[in-house]
Design a protein around this ligand. Structure first.
Ligand SMILES: *[C@@H]1O[C@H](CO)[C@@H](O)[C@H](O)[C@H]1NC(C)=O
Length: 450
């Protein structure tokens, strides 16, 4: 475009010279004026797209400056791989990239706590170098803030990359750090949070014991803090440190709006073998132990549903968890059960008195694959999809029967409707995370979906 404009200018200039020989000198003066005017416009148009100016003045012009902004904010994957090909499902490209993962010498150096403490000494430089998007990308997003409850305990780099991928200035982010994490970890997360007005560490921190009530309490602590914030968020999404988004913030806003005030999470009639989890009293002594003491049935004989710890719920739902007497009774009752995070939200979501809930009837049962909250590949369910398996084999590694995704899972993953997927680990396959970062950043600037 610039070239064309320059050519036009040159043509005008030449015709001007030709005319100069035969026309009145006043015409030439006019010609020079027009030329000068165009030069000023050209200069102004390119300055207009300066990112630092845009952030400071809040004056962003995305349709006009898209290319300039993308030049400054792209998260292009490193190495020789072609992420477009990988995402399209080009198996040769996937295979080459998976082979790269086996090469120890090429393994990525992970940024540690100390690095982050140094990097965040100067917040402006940190945010610029890490390419955070510090302005709202559309009015629809600006007026539809989302609250995040992020419960983390290890791998600071993964947390920071997750935060960057979902960060936008109108949202609000609460981070719960496990009390047991090392001091330097706490300091580094605190240092990252301090660089943003809308990211904070939860006011109360729990020592999270696997499968115990403390996991729910961590989210509750964040929820309470988030309700106190002045941001009028519409929905709450919770994440852990090994999640990564599959959608841009704009796509999430569109999806949340389309839920029309309903929550969205896994919630199914429990299998018989899980019932002992809430029929017996459990104790926490370093880890969780079953006792032989039978528990009373839940308050009002609420039917229990099972799901997972990851939810997409409305602000009204979160308020009711704290403000409705029967919800509080149910919470109290669940405190000595096994893995309450995997039935508490699923059960509240089927209580008629909870905002955004679904009826108890089995017709409303929602599996993890149908719910939007989290995409997980369970090792025990992987197989040949032609033979009835829900998904094909994990191309990364398994951890506790859950797939830590590899590059070969991306093509499938990005065709799903889920907002987030679990698990990711840069030590297992950093290429997969890099390609998601590249893809989402590109889409957030170039894809008009609203
Ligand atoms: C990646 O592959 C696509 C074809 O799928 C191609 O159009 C594009 O130019 C390639 N990108 C790079 C950087 O090689």
């Amino acid at each position: 475009m610039e070239l064309e404009e320059r050519l036009t200018l040159m043509r005008m200039h030449n015709s001007c010279r030709r005319k100069l020989r035969r026309l009145h000198p006043n015409y030439c003066l006019a010609c020079v004026c027009v030329l000068f005017f165009f030069a000023v416009v050209l200069k102004y148009a390119s300055l207009d797209c300066d990112l630092d100016d845009a952030i400071q003045t809040g004056d962003v012009n995305i349709p006009h400056c898209r290319d300039h902004y993308y030049m400054a904010l792209n998260l292009l994957a490193s190495g020789r791989k072609n992420c477009s090909k990988i995402i399209e499902g080009d198996w040769d490209e996937v295979r080459q990239t998976l082979i790269d993962n086996l090469d120890i010498k090429k393994r990525k150096v992970i940024t540690n706590y100390i690095d982050y403490l140094k990097l965040t000494k100067d917040c402006a430089t940190f945010k610029k170098n890490k390419k955070y998007v510090l302005f709202s990308l559309s009015n629809e997003e600006r007026h539809y803030p989302i609250a995040y409850s992020m419960v983390i305990h290890g791998d600071i780099e993964m947390f920071e990359r997750l935060l960057r991928s979902i960060y936008t200035p109108q949202n609000i982010y609460c981070v719960h750090i496990d009390v047991k994490s090392p001091d330097t970890y706490h300091q580094a997360v605190q240092a990252i949070a301090s660089c943003f007005d809308n990211v904070f560490v939860a006011s109360k921190l729990e020592s999270v014991v696997y499968a115990s009530w403390s996991r729910v309490q961590a989210d509750l602590n964040c929820m309470e803090d988030l309700l106190k914030s002045t941001v009028e968020w519409k929905y709450l999404i919770n994440t852990c440190g090994t999640d990564f988004p599959l959608k841009t913030n704009a796509e999430m806003v569109t999806t949340l709006k389309s839920l029309n005030g309903k929550n969205n999470l896994e919630s199914e009639t429990p299998p018989a073998h899980k019932k002992r989890r809430w029929e017996y009293h459990y104790e926490v002594k370093g880890h969780i132990i079953k006792t032989d003491v039978r528990k009373e049935p839940p308050p009002s004989n609420m039917p229990i549903f099972t799901g997972n710890a990851y939810i997409v719920v409305t602000r009204e739902f979160v308020k009711s968890v704290f403000e409705t007497a029967i919800a509080r009774e149910f919470l109290d009752w669940a405190k000595d059960t096994y893995s309450p995070d995997e039935f508490l939200w699923a059960t509240l979501h089927r209580a008629s008195w909870m905002p955004g809930s679904l009826p108890k009837n089995r017709k409303y049962d929602t599996s993890d694959m149908i719910a939007l909250a989290r995409l997980v590949k369970w090792g025990s369910l992987e197989g040949d999809t032609n033979q009835g398996a829900p998904y094909s084999a994990c191309t990364g590694k398994h951890r506790r029967d859950v797939c830590v995704y590899g590059t070969g899972d991306l093509h499938w993953m990005l065709q799903q409707h889920h907002l987030f997927a679990n698990k990711f680990d840069p030590k297992v396959d950093d290429h997969a995370i890099q390609c998601l970062e590249e893809h989402l950043r590109y889409k957030s600037l170039y894809e008009k979906i609203m």
